[in-house]
Write a protein that binds this ligand. Sequence first.
Ligand code: HEC
Ligand code: HEC
Ligand code: HEC
Length: 125
Amino acid sequence: MYHAKYIIPALLVFLAVVTFPFWAKGKAVYRVELKLPANQTECIEDTETMRTSHMQILDHWRDKVVREGERVYTNAKGVKYSMSLTNTCMSCHSDKEKFCDKCHNSVGVAPYCWNCHLTTPKGGK
Ligand code: HEC
Ligand code: HEC
Ligand code: HEC
């Protein structure tokens, strides 16, 4: 046996590293530092809902707008928002790179939305 007392800890470290993407799913992967909107304190829904379900919200918005021609979203508190990826989300989350991209890169997702949608609300969709 070569240096068994080093091999065991090394093996544990190795296992921790290779299994990280599995046990880190959920809260830990979000521990990237995000650039939050400076002049806002709340998102359109509570933070936990946004973390877990913003993709479904965006899907729902798209269907409402594209299929039903409806453009107003009323949140859990009764506040109304225009269902627009660019004009609503990106007007608060104006630093896409340090917010959306930063978190997506850390979890390995790359939404293709920006092929068509503008990243800043300059009268775009
Ligand atoms: C009115 C401004 C505003 C709008 C509009 C807005 N956000 Fe937010 N968003 C915020 C703020 C402020 C926070 C941080 C809340 C906190 O610190 O608890 C946040 C948090 C989030 C988070 C969680 C970040 C984390 O800390 O894990 C996600 C994801 C998110 N927003 C995505 C979106 C998406 C997608 C849209 C459009 C559907 C959107 N936001 C629209 C202001 C906004
Ligand atoms: C705190 C981390 C975090 C932030 C911040 C965040 N996202 Fe996400 N987003 C995710 C995760 C995780 C997924 C993948 C979820 C899944 O696969 O179930 C995702 C998926 C998505 C998807 C679906 C992609 C697909 O191919 O299915 C869209 C669209 C999206 N995010 C838009 C945004 C936008 C726009 C912003 C910025 C306003 C944003 N997200 C900010 C974590 C985040
Ligand atoms: C091939 C081009 C294309 C791609 C890619 C695309 N969209 Fe769209 N999207 C459109 C068009 C066109 C509309 C209709 C615009 C309108 O009527 O205001 C639309 C409308 C929407 C709307 C409602 C209106 C608005 O201005 O935001 C949402 C929300 C939306 N898309 C989200 C997404 C998300 C999230 C993704 C990525 C997962 C995505 N889209 C990818 C073309 C695209």
